[in-house]
Every structure is written in C-alpha cells, then in structure tokens.
Design a protein around this ligand. Structure first.
Ligand SMILES: [Mg+2]
Length: 441
C-alpha cells in the first residue's frame, strides 16, 4: 500500500455490513487498525439505520447475501439518498450473479471472499479517493471563505478606526465606505447612501475654492494630475445636521481586477478657519481693517506689471489727515483712532469694487484705482475729499477734519519706487500748499 492510501484510510469512517459475525469481527478489527472509525451492521436494515443515525460515513463496505435486507437492496436504497456515495462490496465466487447487479448500481469496487484484507483496503482507498478529495476541497474552500471573512472584518475595523472619512471606488461607484463617513452623513449603510444620495459627488458643495464634480471617475483622474503637480484638493460637505465641513481629499490607486481608488477625506475645518484668520490678520491693519502696507505693495506690483504689459492706465492716490497730531493732542488718542476708523470706512464704502484702499502707516492712506486714468480718478478723489470734510467723524470733534491728496498716474517705464516717490511728492506739495486739496503729478 502506498503512503497516500494509508493516509487516506486513516481519515475514513466506514460502515461495514456483514451477517457472518466471525468474518465481521476479524475484518472489522483489521480495518479499525488502519481507519479512523468502523461501525458494523449485520444486515441491510441495520445498515440503513446506522447510515441515517451517523450521517457522516465516508464509505460503505457491504456483503451481498444477508438476511432481512440483502446488499443489492441496501445499495439501491443508499443510491436513492446519495447517488454518488462510495460503496464497495464483498462477495463469494458463488454469488457472481450479484456482481452484474452491483455493477449496474454503480458500486465503486469489489473484493472476493474469502477476503484478502490487503486487497480490501486498497479497494476501499480507491473507492473513497474522489469523495475524500472533494471533502478536502470543500474544507479548504470553507476555510478560505472564513479567512476572507476574517480579513474583510479586519480591514473594515481598520477603516472604521481611521479619523478620516474613507470610501473605495472602482471609478464608477462606491463599494466600500467606513463607519465614520456614514456617521458624518447620518446614514447606517452603503445601500442607504446609494438610495438616498446616489453618488458621493452629490454631497460636495459647489463653492469657489473647493473641488466639485459630478463624476467620481473625473475626480480620480484630476487627483492623479494634482498628485504630479503637488496640488491639494479641498472639498466642502454638509453633515447630517446641515453643518458644512472642509476636507482635504487624497486619492490613492490600487490595482485589483482593474483600477480602484481609495478616497480619504481629512477634516481640516478648524485648521482652515484658523489659517483664514491668520491670513486676514497678516494682510489687514488691525485698527481700520483696511489692507496693510505690505499687502497693498503686492497689489501695486501686480497692477504695475499689468499696466506695463497691456499698456493700461491706473492711478495711485495717497492721502494724509491734516493736523492729525492736533486731533490726538486735543481730543485724545481714542478720538484719533475713531477718526482713522471713520475715514477708512468712508473711503472703503464709497470706493469701487476694483479700488484697493490701504492704511500706509500712521495717518497716511493709499488708494489704487485700477484701469483708471488720472482725469477720471481726480473727480473720484475730489468726492472723497469733500465727503471726509463734510462728515462728522466723531461726536467729540468740534471742527471738521480735512485730508490732503497726492495723485499720480502710471507712466510708461515706471517702477514701483518711481511711482511711489511721485505720489509722495504730490502729497507733500498738497500739504505745503495749505492742505485740504489734491495735487497731481
Ligand atoms: Mg452473507
């Protein structure tokens, strides 16, 4: 016997049917020494009972000529229950006429009596082979399914433990989503998401500065381009309570039966509002809320480059509050600050959307009038001059406050320094000329 046959036999549970008890005992004893389990029956009726009670036999070895129910009837009854169940027969030379019936019933092997035990074992091993293989395969499949289940569970647990909202897409739709994402949307399952929302693109809010699309596929493509250009993607989404949150969107790709995209959304709402505030503070004057000098210089440089390239006009106006030191000395610094704020608000509220107003420093201000020639600018500036003079900037003031303006237009070949120098000289002249006036250079 081969090693495989011995190993196979050691895993078998066999129902052995034999009416002659001395043969049954000897044969069963030998089989027990090599097989996992041997259950004996004395006739077909008993064998059928055992077969149904145990339910986990791998093979039946049966005699043919038996009282109560013979082997042929037993085989027929077993075949009705399980048409492929392995059965081998033991039969005497005198019973050869049964052999044809058993072949017709599809028995898987036979051993002639008197039984050669070694031959019997080889016959059993051959007959059980296919079934044992199939059983092993089923066992393997079951353990594979179990492993897949375990790994899926493990993967879902990992996904659910993440701080980010995570979804996996095959490019068309979402097929995996973590609990945090569902919680954010106030949903309980992916099916509910598909039913109520459809594509997750539908929850992105369309707003300037935030990525928006109707197609996951497009989003995945854009993300790959952004990856090569190092561009961040930001999306805005409302949670179940209608509160908008800002997320940084990362998309990574893996290949398995085609491309899959892992969408990972990190909440940066707090970070974004903090950075917006910091950016505002960095660009604005804290007292007047106008742009500060540094930020204004940036605008001016951009406008200067644009004017040079396209030969478009722009005008720069600088103004200064007349006798501001006297206001501070007479009414105190609080009133001085109030005047600065009131003038800033006045100019800001009466300037055009395209005009840039900034506090240059102290009581000095700048106005950049984009795409505006000096002739148009001068009438606008004159309006400011009169407006400031005629407005009571603080209830504590007893006399009007006036301002002096210097204005200048962009000239070909201007540099930042030259235009700033010119406007400063113009303002200086307005001051020297007696204040409350506009001087253009
Ligand atoms: Mg017999």
């Amino acid at each position: 016997m081969t090693k495989n046959e011995i190993e196979l036999l050691s895993n078998l549970k066999i129902l052995y049917v034999e009416d002659e008890l001395d043969i049954q005992n000897i044969t069963a004893d030998v089989l027990r020494s090599v097989c996992k389990e041997i259950v004996c029956a004395e006739n077909g009726v008993e064998a059928l009972e055992q077969f149904d009670t145990h339910g986990d036999f791998d093979l039946i070895v049966t005699d043919i000529n038996m009282p109560k129910m013979d082997g042929i009837t037993l085989i027929k009854k077993i075949r009705e229950k399980d048409s492929t169940f392995p059965i081998t027969i033991t039969t005497a030379h005198t019973e050869v006429h049964f052999l044809q019936d058993s072949i017709d019933l599809g028995v898987n092997g036979y051993t002639l009596k008197p039984i050669d035990l070694k031959k019997l074992m080889i016959t059993i091993a051959k007959a059980a082979d296919a079934r044992v293989l199939r059983k092993q395969l089923e066992k393997l499949n079951a353990s594979l399914i179990q492993r897949v289940k375990e790994q899926t569970y493990e993967l879902n647990s990992i996904l659910d433990s993440q701080d980010s909202l995570i979804a996996v897409s095959d490019g068309n739709g979402i097929h995996t989503i973590n609990k945090r994402f569902l919680d954010f949307l106030g949903l309980s399952s992916l099916d509910e998401l598909k039913e109520k929302i459809g594509s997750i693109c539908n929850i992105f809010i369309k707003e300037d500065g935030y990525y928006f699309t109707n197609s996951i596929d497009e989003m995945c493509c854009v993300s790959q381009i952004n990856l090569t250009t190092n561009t961040d993607m930001f999306v805005k989404m409302k949670n179940a309570n209608g509160i908008a949150f800002i997320f940084k969107l990362n998309i990574s790709i893996y290949e398995y039966n085609g491309k899959h995209f892992i969408l990972s959304l990190s909440d940066i709402t707090t970070l974004k509002s903090q950075s917006d505030l910091l950016q505002y503070q960095a660009n604005h004057d804290s007292l007047t809320n106008l742009y500060n000098r540094q930020y204004f210089n940036g605008f001016l440089k951009t406008e200067l480059n644009r004017a040079i390239r396209y030969n478009h006009p722009f005008t720069l106006a600088m103004f200064d509050i007349d006798h501001f030191k006297n206001i501070n000395d007479t009414y105190g610094h609080d009133v001085g600050d109030e005047v600065l704020k009131s003038i800033s608000d006045l100019v800001k509220n009466h300037s055009r959307d395209t005009d840039i107003v900034a506090r240059w420093g102290g009581e000095e201000f700048m106005i950049l009038l984009a795409e505006t020639s000096i002739n148009i600018a001068i009438s606008k500036i004159e309006q400011f001059r009169i407006l400031i003079k005629e407005t009571k900037l603080s209830s504590k003031l007893t006399t009007p406050v006036t301002v002096s303006f210097g204005i200048t237009q962009f000239l070909p070949n201007d540099t930042l320094i030259e235009i700033l120098k010119r406007v400063d000289i113009a303002l200086y002249q307005a001051k020297n000329n007696g204040r409350d006036q506009i001087i253009q250079i």
